[in-house]
Write a protein that binds this ligand. Structure first.
Ligand SMILES: NC(=O)CC[C@H](N)C(=O)O
Length: 357
């Protein structure tokens, strides 16, 4: 039996509670957390409690979400703002800019200690990484979603939101970059990706979670080492628009014309290659042609969870003046390329950025 097991605790005499006096110190002020809502399943509603997969996303307004979770009042002083009300697969670059500017402005306010963004899970990893790269603050920013709507049996949104608010209000979460709280875990917004659908354990990082949240308390085990937020050379306050960066998918028998179409008029193309970021023989000349036309070529991998592309492995990147995406999946590589290419760069400089962020 451990010393703090329930029976041992019960046997310990309870210390008398000191009577409250006028001299008693004031209760510690709760952290002030703003919840910015953008839609998704966390704001979804289904026809019946059995509908865990068949429902409409982006229905419930943020004030109703907060009012439905009175437990939040015990861990933070919370207010909500509705920024968007959409399913996240419909996020545009303009939506990213609008949200990041809002987060940045709030982070500058002295009466805000932390920010939560509620978001659909489909592109949550892209938004989390975008904020991680562009918002200059050490205040916690936590992006959160859910896999089941609030109307469903065993809905996960309430606990995920509670965990997000607890994390956004935690001193321990400061300076760790943008975070994602799903399924009791604290993940780095840079690393995490939706790896499973339907199930509530949907979000995985190839490098593991940073910590856990249990009953509203954060437990940390590691911190990110890639540049983010305050150490980032990018700043949403200086970004007016995002360049066109598209993704071309690799697969057996892929026609080169698809890749050509994806690269047309783009500043960069991310090639979601097979395995180690390999490129079909008939696609190589297309990518070379795009590169000679000034388009940056970035080799990523379509491998789910742990795609890792090395320079000059599979393709001679030095010779072709291509860039590799390091461990970033194609959609995260697209986010970093857009942010980096808000100004002209050599492939060498773009590669440096891919190593550092
Ligand atoms: N679980 C979800 O949030 C998915 C709902 C919707 N497709 C979205 O991403 O917004």
């Amino acid at each position: 039996q451990t010393p703090n097991a329930p029976t041992a605790a019960a046997a310990t005499p309870v210390a008398p509670v000191a009577p409250a006096t006028a001299a008693a110190p004031a209760a510690k002020a709760l952290p002030r957390v703003v919840v910015l809502a953008t839609g998704g399943t966390i704001a979804g509603a289904g026809a019946s409690a059995a509908n865990s997969a068949t429902y409409a996303a982006a229905k419930v307004p943020v004030d109703k979400l907060i009012a439905g979770l009175p437990e939040l009042g015990q861990i933070a002083s919370v207010r909500g703002e509705q920024v968007l009300q959409i399913a996240s697969e419909s996020f545009t670059n303009q939506d990213l800019l609008t949200l990041a500017r809002k987060v940045s402005a709030l982070a500058k306010q002295p009466d805000v200690d932390g920010i939560v963004v509620t978001h659909g899970t489909d592109t949550l990893e892209e938004t989390a990484y975008f904020l991680n790269l562009t918002v200059h603050t050490d205040k916690p920013i936590v992006v959160v979603g859910s896999m089941r709507p609030g109307t469903a049996l065993s809905a996960d949104g309430a606990l995920n939101l509670y965990d997000a608010v607890a994390t956004a209000g935690s001193q321990d979460a400061k300076g760790k970059g943008v975070l994602v709280t799903m399924n009791d875990e604290i993940q780095s917004g840079r690393d995490v990706a939706k790896a499973v659908n339907i199930k509530t354990e949907a979000f995985k990082s190839p490098w593991g979670p940073l910590g856990m949240i249990v009953e509203g308390k954060n437990y940390w085990f590691r911190a990110p080492v890639k540049r983010h937020t305050v150490q980032s050379e990018f700043d949403i306050e200086r970004i007016t628009e995002l360049p066109k960066v598209e993704i071309a998918y690799g697969y057996g028998n892929v026609p080169a014309e698809l890749v050509e179409a994806a690269g047309k008029g783009a500043t960069a193309i991310v090639h979601a290659g097979t395995g180690n970021g390999s490129v079909a023989n008939r696609v190589v000349p297309t990518l070379q042609k795009l590169r000679s036309g000034g388009v940056q070529v970035i080799r990523s991998s379509r491998v789910n969870q742990g795609g890792f592309v090395l320079r000059n492995a599979e393709q001679p990147d030095d010779k072709y003046d291509w860039v590799v995406a390091h461990d970033l999946n194609p959609q995260k590589a697209r986010i970093l390329a857009m942010v980096a290419l808000t100004q002209p760069r050599t492939a060498q400089d773009l590669q440096r950025i891919f190593w550092e962020y």
